[in-house]
Write a protein that binds this ligand. Sequence first.
Ligand code: SF4
Length: 490
Amino acid sequence: MLDRRGALTVVSPPQEQENIAGQKPNDHCAVVGTIGRTSAYQNLLISLKSLQHRGQESAGIATFDGEVVQLKKGMGLVSEVFSERDQHLQTQLSGNVGIAHTRYSTEGSKTIENSGPFVISSAIGYIALSHNGEITNAAKLKDELKKKGTAFMTTSDSEVLLMEIAKDIGDNGIVNGLRIAMSKLQGAYSCSIMMNDRLLAMRDPYGIRPLSVGRAGDHFIVASESCVFDVLEGEFIRDVKPGEVVEITPDGIETLFSVPAKATAHCMFEWVYFARPDSIIDGTEVFQSRLNIGKMLARQDPVPADVVIAVPDSGRTQALGYSMESNIPYNEGLIKNRYSDRTFIMPSQKARSRAIKLKLNSVRSVISGQRVVLVDDSIVRGNTIRHIITLLRNQGATEVHVRIGCPPIISPCYFGVDMKTKDQFLASNKTVEKIREEIGADSLSYLTIDSLTSSLGKPSDSLCVGCLTGSYPISITGEKYALQSELENY
Ligand code: SF4
């Protein structure tokens, strides 16, 4: 499909899927890129597996073998698309440079055509792109590109991003072209980009999604999260700065140019929920920030109780922090069925409710006769927390006090998280007391925005908190925005 020798494209059938119970928000994607003096394939595969939590719908790897781009992508988990039994993959995906991608869609339909990496053959050669985030003005850019003759094969905003880059660097060269492309793009984009045998990484001026660089063996690597470098037995070097474009070579990392905004807008949800606890994002370890959140919750809203339990897995570190600060013992009161945590078609509320039951059960000996503090990272729709509270009461809990590690989510995300419509949020237009009543808790409290920012050790104006306040860092039609975009000045 891509070249005269028939570059590899293997896909499984497109399928429409829905999150198991539509409960927790999902991040858009993970991106990876690596370059060295030996094969890139194993590094890319291990990195993708380490970042599986950021997207479970599809996975893909593209390498440059010295002549053409080799590409394989498919629907499913990384281990399903890149099976260990497929011995020939290492040979087919040859080359010392490559990029990779896992996806959970927020923009564009859930089909293989919309999965990364995206690859095109352009005037300057092959360009391959892996993108995490969401381009908020993709529709407008797409219209403009179409008028100039660009054809699109997918409904993905990542394809718009790639076509914009290809056009601008075709007209102006790589550095000027990327600078011009960034002046037009709005929204969140952390990207690894392969241009023939060159590897670049690019992060939007607000640094909304994470992106970091490290090394392992003779390879330099760019990845969405720093845990990748530990898994590869390598080392973290630094974050790609907001607005920075870097070139990564077998000898190191070089800044090509930088166009930061006046303030950053790192997504607070990366620390609260999305990222792995063992990752360090923009100088703050995720584990410590979650521990701080739990401690802050205990100081902010203490309650007499016998046991602290977590909604697994994401509430676990916050619950530990709550226990440490309150001196109420932590215990494992809820058990998660790890093998039900996949995406399935869930057409009805009844099916979704059955899926929640399949996913979580409680431990009677931990719960019975106890006053329970139940800690979770966030509430979106509220179905899961409602089910858990009923479960705990049925198991003999005498009181259930709910503590949530971020403020109420009331507004959509436009930057790469699948929270799209206001009516899906339990907290929209409700008081905390009304929410408490609806979920059936004895008490309920959320972390305040001030406590959240101090738990993360970051100034409030360095974070995006759009889904908590309805005020966004970038202009969104019909929404308030906090930072004026000055990108046209670049
Ligand atoms: S709106 Fe919320 S989820 Fe989206 S980037 Fe901002 S903080 Fe993150």
